[in-house]
Design a binder for this molecule. Structure first.
Ligand code: SPV
Ligand code: MG
Length: 300
């Protein structure tokens, strides 16, 4: 095909990365922002196409995708690469799970510079000591002193260059068996230190602890929840209870594990793939997710 030089032809020969919204722009009073966990661009894209407002670059998922525990084994650079690769493919914002900030205050400041430069508009840091362990692991974490975490938050907020960058302060007080009063005390202190939202995490089997927290939360600062162990809480009820952001942190990963296990077992057990074909995404579907037509047009 010869290049015609018209505006129409230009459009046909263009591939552009999507431009993405900021996480802060999603925060509207009274509305619930729904976020899905992922560990790569394809998982993030499927969440976006399903209608999620944002994607959580989960430390559990990213480390599991390397078949490693979520225990500060990967470096900041490796987590950043995963988050940045997701953001490059998406129009919705990525919320990067930055664990405890990858070290001391200096590490956390450097982290902000790097994440912001990579186009990430929201991060979460938690009040665990480095190295951290996943919140649901039997051998848990110790928390940093409230004052020390406030200094880290203050450092992080002062390290950002744009006003849009959004910092979620996550308290693990309930995870560590401390009472709701301690979680509230920490959350209010983190607000005073400059946090843009509070993530209150719990490993209880019901939402009772979180509802108690919300009822006693004397602030307009958005509250973020991660209902992994208390799944029985519909989104509209969550919003009515005062939740601003819900993160379904690892459901994509767990569905992938189930799907791959069943698929691989079926192939070996049946001797061929006929039992699976109807349930599998066609290769054309893979091509569509890759944007193959648009890329092929560049050299056609
Ligand atoms: C993650 O998805 O990595 C989280 C949530 O931080 S949790 O696994 O519950 O700690
Ligand atoms: Mg995590």
């Amino acid at each position: 095909m010869t290049f015609s030089g018209t505006a129409q032809a230009d459009a046909a020969f263009t591939v552009r990365r999507p431009t993405h919204t900021t996480f802060r722009s999603l925060m509207q009073p009274g509305s619930l922002v729904r976020v899905a966990g992922a560990h790569d661009a394809l998982g993030g894209l499927l969440a976006e196409k399903a209608g999620f407002d944002a994607v959580w670059s989960s430390s559990l998922e990213v480390s599991a995708s390397r078949a490693l525990p979520d225990a500060s084994l990967l470096t900041m650079t490796e987590y950043l690469e995963a988050a940045a690769n997701m953001q490059k493919a998406l129009s919705v914002p990525v919320v990067a799970d930055c664990d405890s900030g990858y070290g001391n205050n200096a590490n956390a400041a450097h982290m902000v510079h790097e994440y912001e430069a990579a186009g990430i508009t929201a991060i979460s840091i938690e009040d665990k000591k480095f190295p951290k362990m996943n919140s649901f692991a039997d051998r848990g974490n110790s928390l940093v002193d409230t004052h020390d975490f406030c200094r880290k938050l203050d450092t992080v907020k002062n390290a950002q260059s744009g006003s849009d960058f959004f910092v979620i302060a996550r308290t693990e007080a309930l995870i560590n068996g401390l009472p709701v009063t301690e979680a509230l005390h920490r959350a209010h202190a983190y607000e005073d230190a400059g946090a843009d939202a509070i993530l209150i995490h719990s490993k209880e089997k019901t939402n009772a602890q979180i509802v108690d927290f919300l009822n006693r939360w004397e602030s307009k600062l958005p509250v973020v929840v991660v209902p992994t162990t208390y799944p029985n809480w519909p989104a509209d009820a969550m919003a009515a209870a005062g939740v601003s952001v819900v993160i379904y942190a690892n459901h994509g990963l767990r569905a992938t594990i189930t799907g791959l296990r069943e698929t691989f077992a079926s192939i070996l057990n049946h001797g061929d793939t006929t039992k699976l074909e109807d349930a599998l995404a066609p290769v054309r579907d893979v091509f569509a997710l890759q944007g193959l037509d648009t890329w092929q047009a560049l050299d056609s």
